[in-house]
Ligand binder design. Sequence first.
Ligand SMILES: [Zn+2]
Length: 276
Amino acid sequence: MFELPEMVVLSRQMNEVLTGKEIRKGSLGNSPHKFVWYNRTHEEFEALTRGKRVGEASSRGRWLFLALDPGYVFVLGECGGKALYHPQGAKEPAKYHCYLGFADGSFLTVTTQMWGAMELYQNGEECQRQYIRGMRPFPTQAEFTLDYFSGLVDECSRLEKRSAKGLLTQEQLIPGLGNAIAQDILFRARLHPRHPIDALDAGQVRDLYEAVLGTVNEVIDKGGRYDEVDLHNRPGGYIRLMDKNAVGQPCPRCGAPVSAIQYLGGSCYFCPGCQK
Ligand SMILES: [Zn+2]
């Protein structure tokens, strides 16, 4: 799944190569997939994208917005898989769930492995969509300060029992984070995935906040995680510290063997030596 850093990287790359291109033909998938969320019929999508020009790309959390001027925005969200740019003359992939072909012969395809939104809105309407409307501050925004984060931890502690992994991965409390990046954040913050957040002291809250920002920024700087590809089909340069390849290997900090548990809808990888 693309998480916040991958969406930042994709939107930056779209701004480098797609801006100003005129759409000759837009189409939805050539391969039916029941977990792709479309909001237009094939005919509508084609008619509404034809002749539009690509404007700015931006991202918020796990959502990416590509302006199609005048008047529309293509929205890609909660998505995993591949969003690929193909130069003129490249061969079309056998399967895709969305396609934008440009007047210069280049094209963009999006293919998801699991699910994801590939939607087209009139400017502004996308802000009313579920998950985008009312989105909380996310880690690359100026509003995501230590004060804000401490308040979020307090608010979540009052409502129900919640663990550190739950804070990072549930209900988009911190939009854009997912299971993959959460593992490395918890490792950096030296917190066990099950650590209850109402038991965090002020120093641990600050460490967790710094781990969130440090990890997110490092993944962005390295072009995304190694297990995802960018707009040019190149894997990212960020090697995850805590993933399935780390199980049984010595922890890079304390040397204890890395463990795995099943917890909150997925595998958790952590070091029992230094994540208490
Ligand atoms: Zn360790």
